[in-house]
Design a protein around this ligand. Structure first.
Ligand SMILES: NC(=O)c1ccc[n+]([C@@H]2O[C@H](COP(=O)([O-])OP(=O)(O)OC[C@H]3O[C@@H](n4cnc5c(N)ncnc54)[C@H](O)[C@@H]3O)[C@@H](O)[C@H]2O)c1
Length: 326
């Protein structure tokens, strides 16, 4: 692996992955979504600017995806629409971006003889756990249009492996958090409200559990899957194997920030009952056995790093703590 393409490079995980790959000595092409401001998202502020190539584009365009996959040996495909509430409002965009966009990347990568294609899945495809920890054998349950679109894009990626012998790995991260995560996710929602001085927090459901992973651990998992033998054609979970409720996570954040909080239930943040994923906890034995991967950050350490980053006024000012960010 020498020359790599990262899609979704302007976003939360993608920008950290670009930096991880640059640090590992790779030549990185970063695909950021085209916009008229020439914004590279979080990469605008990267300390590694100048050490990676940036291409602005759109995964929905097949000709362009054929072009950007030229001359790279590995593709990390992270570009996607990922917000669950927004997927209730605009499901068709999710099919176009997540399923159609993945198809365009796969076809381009196949035509250009890419040596490894890392498809980014999500633990959301499992829906509410029927057993824990959740292994890769767990049934898939499309409890939101987002989840359905990721099930579709994973299936498209697998089909390119089965049909064309394409070297595809389906990486399935569990919930990831850390600096730069979008405001729609629960951990930045809680921290930004607290750091903006609020003590009565507006939140949705508190009982669901999640397996939270610090973003550097998730990036290390991607790198491990891209560089290890034995992963091709497989779906592999990336997660810590720990489980905590949203309510307990809020209490832990409040303890680290050093404040007492009250929680107000904000009806608009509640998901329809059958759509809410009640329980997620990762079985990470497969990635450990294939790659030797080991998460390095405890939840408390990762939350401290995230809170410290958000304490920087310039970082906090990029979040709208007073509204429900869909
Ligand atoms: N954040 C999590 O907890 C989590 C967990 C599991 C899997 N994932 C997956 O990881 C990937 C990255 O997620 P993230 O949390 O960094 O989200 P993000 O929204 O920060 O990043 C996604 C990026 O994709 C880009 N994008 C969207 N539509 C595009 C298009 N049409 N063309 C080009 N680029 C486009 C966006 O600009 C955005 O920066 C996604 O595939 C997501 O499904 C995320």
């Amino acid at each position: 692996m020498k020359k790599v393409l990262v899609t979704g490079a302007d976003g939360f995980i993608g920008s950290h992955l670009v930096e991880t790959l640059v640090r590992a000595g790779m030549e990185v092409r970063a695909l950021c979504q085209y916009n008229s401001f020439s914004s590279w998202g979080w990469l605008d502020r990267s300390e590694f600017a100048g050490q990676f190539e940036v291409v602005l584009g759109d995964v929905r365009d097949p000709a362009q995806m054929r072009h950007v996959t030229k001359g790279v040996d590995t593709v990390f495909h992270l570009a996607a629409l990922i917000a669950i509430p927004y997927s209730y409002q605009a499901p068709s965009s999710y099919v176009d971006t997540n399923v159609g966009g993945t198809l365009n990347l796969l076809q381009g990568a196949l035509d250009n003889g890419v040596e490894r294609f890392i498809q980014t899945s999500t633990s959301e495809v499992y829906g509410t756990a029927r057993f824990v920890p959740i292994s890769e054998e767990h049934p898939l349950q499309a409890q939101s249009p987002y989840s359905a679109s990721k099930i579709g894009s994973d299936a498209m990626a697998y089909s390119f492996h089965a049909s064309f012998d394409m070297p595809v790995v389906i990486a399935r991260p569990f919930n990831t958090y850390g600096p730069r995560q979008s405001a729609r996710a629960v951990i930045p929602t809680v921290i930004t409200q607290l750091l903006s001085g609020k003590r009565a927090l507006k939140l949705g459901a508190l009982s669901p559990t999640r397996d939270f992973n610090f973003v550097q651990d998730t990036c290390d998992g991607f790198l491990a899957l891209a560089t290890s033998q034995g992963c091709v054609g497989q779906t592999v979970n990336i997660g810590s194997g720990t489980e905590i409720s949203i309510g307990d996570t809020v209490e832990l954040i409040a303890k680290i920030v050093g404040v007492d909080v009250e929680i107000e239930c904000d009806e608009q943040r509640l998901r329809p009952a059958a759509s809410e994923v009640e329980r997620l906890c990762c079985d990470n034995r497969l990635i450990k056995s294939l790659t030797g991967f080991q998460p390095r950050f405890s939840l408390e350490d990762g939350l401290r790093a995230t809170i410290d980053w958000l304490r920087v006024p310039d970082n906090l000012s990029r979040y709208k703590a007073d509204i429900f960010n869909v």
